[in-house]
Design a binder for this molecule. Structure first.
Ligand code: SAM
Length: 281
């Protein structure tokens, strides 16, 4: 089929496709959203695109018209023959039948230089997928993803705002974030209960802050946000370091122990983590 003619409703009808709620299947039916995802990702003919969850291939077809190559990863057995039938003739298309959480992205990327991930993600696994993609250190230039509005707002949040938390720190440690657009439930079949947002994460050449031990910094971030209402002093006590040493570490970091995690910038988390790391040794 001509790539321009790949339309969600028609394919769902043609193959009598039954949606699976547990696989997070809400397919896009709005051309303006498809265009905004592809233009938001700035897809060009040098790009190797990795797509997670192609569904019946509607976004995939738009990507194939612009990119050098598209590799789509789909878990649902029932979608594989549809995608092969509709898109299989395109030489620049590759389909991987697998759980995205089990894919070795380094193997997929190989020597490719301009790698972008573009996806309307299944919402039930958004966070584990993002954590895997960011922490895995893969050579992605950017991730342009449609996700649940609340999750996008958390990724994009700044200190002192109610959405700011561990996910904001994790994402912003590795990436610059920009919101591309909001997407109402009417743009999908079946309609999800929540609003969505297309967000772009541009991977930084170097993580935003230098820190002695990244796992330790994230441990501190988690401890801080697990006790949102409590002070950093109380969060740091969970590290089981003696009181004098702890006081000294706060002094050296220049951060007031009475502050709460939600007020700290990434740079401040880095400073505090490094001071605490020294006394933990
Ligand atoms: N890209 C299509 C669109 O925009 O219309 C479909 C998006 S739909 C929100 C999510 C897709 O992810 C579905 O095709 C679903 O089967 C697939 N999926 C769900 N869990 C997955 C996983 N763990 N790995 C890969 N694909 C998955």
């Amino acid at each position: 089929m001509d790539l321009k003619d790949i339309k969600t409703q028609e394919l769902v009808k043609k193959y009598n496709f039954k949606f699976s709620k547990s696989l997070g299947q809400n397919f896009l039916v709005d051309d303006s959203v498809l265009n905004d995802i592809v233009s938001g990702a700035e897809v060009n003919n040098e790009d190797f695109i990795i797509e997670i969850g192609p569904g019946v291939g509607t976004l995939t077809a738009q990507l194939l018209m612009k990119a050098k190559k598209v590799t789509s990863i789909e878990l649902d057995n029932d979608l594989i023959p549809i995608l092969q039938q509709e898109l299989g003739e395109n030489k620049n298309f590759e389909l991987i039948h697998k759980d995205a959480l089990k894919v070795d992205f380094n193997e997929l990327i190989g020597e490719e230089k301009s790698v972008k991930l573009v996806a309307n993600l299944p919402y039930y696994v958004t966070t584990p997928i993002i954590v895997k993609l960011l922490k895995g250190g893969y050579n992605f230039k950017s991730l342009t993803i449609m996700i649940q509005k609340e999750v996008a707002e958390r990724m994009n949040a700044e200190p002192d705002c109610k959405d700011y938390g561990s996910l904001s720190v994790l994402v912003q440690y590795y990436c610059n974030t920009s919101i591309i657009r909001r997407v109402p439930p009417t743009c999908f079949i079946p309609r999800p209960k929540v609003e969505s947002i297309v967000i772009r994460l541009d991977r930084l050449d170097e993580p935003r802050v230098k820190t002695k031990d990244i796992s330790f910094m994230f441990e501190l971030v988690r401890a801080g946000f697990n006790m949102r209402r409590k002070t950093l002093w109380n969060a740091a006590k969970t590290l089981h370091v003696n009181k004098e040493k702890l006081e000294d570490a706060f002094k050296r970091s220049g951060i007031d122990p009475k502050r709460r995690a939600e007020t700290l910038s990434l740079e401040e988390f880095g400073l505090l983590a490094d001071s605490l790391y020294d006394i933990k040794l």
